[in-house]
Design a protein around this ligand. Structure first.
Ligand code: PEP
Ligand code: MG
Length: 876
């Protein structure tokens, strides 16, 4: 058998090997083939990462051997030698998963340096300052990333050195200063680790690769994966690449650039660079970089070469590129390229522009926008009228668009806790680091004092679609004292702040936000999505207002109207309670009579908002505990309304107590016990439809949906009540009206007996919230308490209530679709559980052949795009 290859030189790989080499590795191989000046190197594959974990977190000896062999070949390619005393080869070691996960995993630069190699570098470059600067950076990074020694300890030594030499910037330290610092760093390392800093480059290399593999499973990477649907089993590749130096002096530099503006999508080069610096200086946002336009003035020859390569890369990848480059002694190198992360606005503009520039077809362009990103466009901006009357107190960089308002949180941990307690917070930091990820997710917006447009906060916020203002040097933030000084005022964690990520403006007050509309590029793009998709998109809406909003967002009808949600209102809850605690049919009918006109009005409102679009209205499905009165005053009032003593009523409430309300007297079980409830709801639905048809001329065809059916006879019993009542109403009104009766499939037994059920049901709608609950056997209400342990222990990677479990729940859905069609060939199939708005789940529904998905109004555009993407990926 041929030996499996775990390490590939860039010159051996190609663009199609993304799964094996990771995105970065495949692109480096591809760029090498394209003849772009790329420092050479090799990629250790994702399979090696998976093997590392399979072997109990150990790199197999055969892979180590292969790494050393490839290193020899790299030495030949570069004419340098790893660990040489005269001409040392230095490398960077970076992670590179199949999709980019900015800042989530680890990077080590300048690897290969030791006390001898640094002297050789000093001689070779005639620049001892540069050599020792590289060395001190390497020791700090290696210690931090590979050996877990706190970075802060090294930074303190650096600060002390600057202070003792009376200088302000790192660049003002001399070679001798840096040499002294290296000595101090090594002493610190030995103190912390109890051993000498490893001087053998081969040891350094294997340790560094191990650390990158290990970082695939660090907590922030796990959170990022969950957020972005990246499976743990993909693993990360590791790229080992010859170092080129941007910190060799004033003819060297380094930068990052996007081929188009990642915030707006404008087709103009966008980027930043710093002369005499290494990449980390640009990304960390410690020194403020120059805009890329400056390079044209500073070095027109390099700028032209740079732009030619940028254009070549964009044409080649047919997408906006995010590139890292370094100039070493006046020679330009590209260190990497990838499809750039961008805001939702930018994504839409770029996708539409690429079609207009004839680089992409509409089908391909549809795939360029992440459906989840659209969410950010549907969320609030500041109310324009109000904005005319308020003044910003400061301005930072508009790093990620949108508007956010909340109370100030100075730490990520606090932001997370306050968010969980229902508070809206804005995370205010000097700068963010990858450890802050959970707080950044929890925050409405992010505001930083330091850092540019490509700082960590900016990149991550744009990726998440969270509003961010970065680099606002006017703020004085004291993270320890938890205070923020701004325009002469001191704000604390109890104060509101509002930030505008589109302008960079900051307001020291709470500002209203408004919901935007779908126009411009967004509308063009969504029209293309609608032309392409075959899966319809409906909405879950219980009020005319929500229905209207959803229609504006492109909903093609209502897939679920939860009638019990109409009863939460203050003026209705009393009548509902009366209905629930009624001792006999008479009492119940009395309460239902109060509810009938309210329900009828609700349905009229909903039909009118939908115009001719279909509406699926579900019969009452209240977990009773949500409606029973607990407040003493409420109980007294209810007893008096019903002519009961308080004791009597308390007795009834007691008797209605359920141990497991989610599996209790709910859904169609209620209608089986109390058919008069189904009668009232049928009457309201049909009467409202007749009224709207007569008054407004809309052709309303109500779809009456019976919930929580597990047995055909249950459905038949309730359906008979519906049919009889509808007939009666139509006779009373002297009008014929078309309507449908169907059911939810949300109990495993219903899925398994779907051929039976379909005899009575004209449509199925998968209630995957309950179906997930009952398939897994854990409660929707309680699972949150232990799911975190499941993520920690890698039992689950995803919340099955958010992302459909295609293996288990999906198998039941497939059975139900197939069986249902055997008895009713044209049965209409939909989904209305929360999964109906999750892109991966939408794709699954498309492949099952469902007719529609239904989701909350704000997720309608997300589902429309996900459905179009499913169609492009898998035509049906
Ligand atoms: C479901 O169970 O998926 C559903 C949509 O119904 P509810 O969430 O109201 O139980
Ligand atoms: Mg349900």
């Amino acid at each position: 058998m041929e030996k499996k290859q775990y390490v590939y030189l860039f010159s051996e790989g190609n663009a199609s090997m993304k799964n094996l080499l990771g995105g970065k590795g495949a692109n480096l191989a591809d760029m090498t083939t394209l003849g772009i000046p790329v420092p050479q190197g090799f990629t250790v594959t994702t399979e090696a990462c998976n093997k590392y974990y399979a072997d109990g977190k150990m790199i197999a000896p055969q892979i180590i051997e292969e790494i050393h062999e490839k290193m020899k070949e790299l030495e030949e390619q570069t004419g340098k030698e790893f660990g040489s005393l005269t001409n040392p080869l230095l490398v960077s070691v970076r992670s590179g998963a199949r999709v980019s996960m900015p800042g989530m995993m680890d990077t080590i630069l300048n690897l290969g340096l030791n006390d001898e190699a640094v002297e050789a570098m000093a001689k070779l470059t005639n620049n001892p300052r540069f050599a020792y600067d590289s060395y001190r950076r390497f020791i700090q990074m290696f210690a931090d990333v590979v050996m877990d020694v706190e970075k802060r300890l090294f930074e303190e030594l650096l600060d002390e050195m600057k202070e003792s030499k009376g200088v302000h910037f790192d660049t003002d330290l001399t070679a001798d200063d840096l040499k002294e610092l290296v000595g101090q760093f090594k002493v610190l390392y030995k103190k912390e680790k109890g051993e000498e800093f490893p001087s053998d480059p081969k040891t350094q290399l294997i340790e560094a690769i191990t650390a990158v593999f290990r970082s695939w499973d660090n907590p922030r990477a796990i959170v990022y994966r969950r957020l972005n649907d990246i499976p743990g089993e993909w693993g990360t590749a590791v790229n080992v690449q010859q170092m080129v130096f941007g910190n060799k002096g004033e003819t060297s530099g380094t930068g990052v650039a996007f081929s188009r503006n990642p915030a707006t999508g404008e087709n103009l080069i966008y980027g930043e660079y710093l002369m005499n610096a290494q990449g980390e200086d640009v990304v960390a946002g410690i020194r403020t970089p120059q805009p890329i336009s400056q390079l044209e003035e500073q070095n027109p020859v390099i700028y032209k070469q740079f732009m030619d390569i940028v254009n070549k890369l964009e044409k080649h990848y047919k997408d906006m590129q995010d590139m890292e480059f370094t100039i070493e002694d006046g020679v330009l190198y590209f260190l990497q390229t990838r499809n750039g992360k961008r805001t939702a606005q930018a994504a839409l503009k770029i996708a539409v522009d690429l079609v207009e520039e004839e680089m992409l077809s509409k089908e391909k362009a549809i795939l360029k926008v992440d459906p989840k990103q659209l969410d950010t466009l549907l969320h609030p901006t500041f109310d324009e009228e109000k904005m005319k009357k308020v003044n910003p107190v400061a301005k930072g960089l508009p790093a990620s668009p949108g508007a956010a308002c909340g109370k100030i949180s100075f730490t990520a941990e606090e932001a997370k806790v306050r968010h969980e307690n229902g508070e809206k917070v804005v995370l205010v930091r000097l700068e963010t680091s990858p450890e802050d990820i959970e707080g950044m997710i929890a925050a409405e917006g992010i505001l930083t004092v330091r850092g540019g447009m490509t700082s960590h906060a900016a990149v991550v916020a744009r990726g998440m679609g969270t509003c961010c203002v970065a680099g606002c040097g006017e703020l004085k933030v004291n993270e320890e004292a938890k205070t923020l000084e701004i325009a002469g005022r001191v704000l604390t964690t109890e104060d509101f702040i509002s930030i505008d990520g589109t302008t960079g403006n900051i307001y020291a007050e709470a500002l209203n936000t408004v919901t935007p509309e779908i126009t411009g590029y967004f509308a063009t793009f969504m029209n293309w999505a609608d032309e392409i998709r075959s899966l319809k998109v409906r909405t879950n809406a219980d009020t005319p207002r929500d229905a209207k909003q959803a229609v504006e967002f492109g909903a093609e009808g209502i897939g679920l109207c939860r009638t019990e949600h109409m009863f939460f209102a203050e003026d209705r809850i009393a009548a509902v309670r009366e209905m629930i605690v009624a001792k006999n049919e008479d009492q119940r009918r009395k309460a239902l009579e109060k509810l009938l006109p309210m329900q009828r009005e609700d349905f009229i409102g909903i039909y009118e908002a939908l115009e001719d679009r279909p509406a699926t209205i579900r019969f009452l499905d209240p977990p009773l505990h949500e409606f029973l009165p607990t407040d003493e005053a409420d109980i007294i009032a209810l007893a008096s309304e019903m002519d009961l003593s308080v004791e009597e009523l308390n007795g009834t409430i007691e008797s209605l107590h359920e141990f497991n309300p989610m599996m209790g007297h709910r859904g169609c079980r209620l209608a089986v016990s109390y058919p008069e409830i189904a009668e009232m709801q049928t009457r309201a639905i049909i009467e409202a439809a007749i009224e709207v048809k007569q008054n407004k001329g809309f052709n309303v065809v109500p779809e009456i949906m019976i919930p929580l059916v597990g047995e055909i006879k249950e459905l038949k019993y309730v359906k008979d009540v519906v049919v009889e009542t509808a007939k009666k109403v139509m006779e009373e009104k002297g009008v014929e009206l078309e309507y449908k009766v169907g059911t939810m499939i949300e109990i495993p037994r219903a899925a398994l007996t779907a051929d039976e059920i379909a005899k009575e049901a004209e449509f199925f709608s998968f209630g995957t919230n309950d179906l997930t609950q009952m398939t897994f056997g854990f409660s929707r209400d309680d699972a949150g308490k232990f799911l975190a342990d499941y993520y920690d222990k890698k039992v689950y990677e995803q919340d099955p209530f958010a992302k459909l479990d295609q293996t288990g729940v999906g198998a039941l859905m497939k059975i139900a679709c197939e069986k249902g069609k055997t008895t009713r060939e044209n049965i209409k199939l939909g989904i209305c559980g929360e999964h109906g708005g999750d892109p991966a789940s939408v794709e699954f529904c498309h492949s099952l052949g469902l007719n529609y998905v239904s989701c909350s109004p704000f997720r309608v555009p997300v589902a429309r795009l996900a459905a179009a993407q499913a169609q492009v990926k898998n035509k049906r």
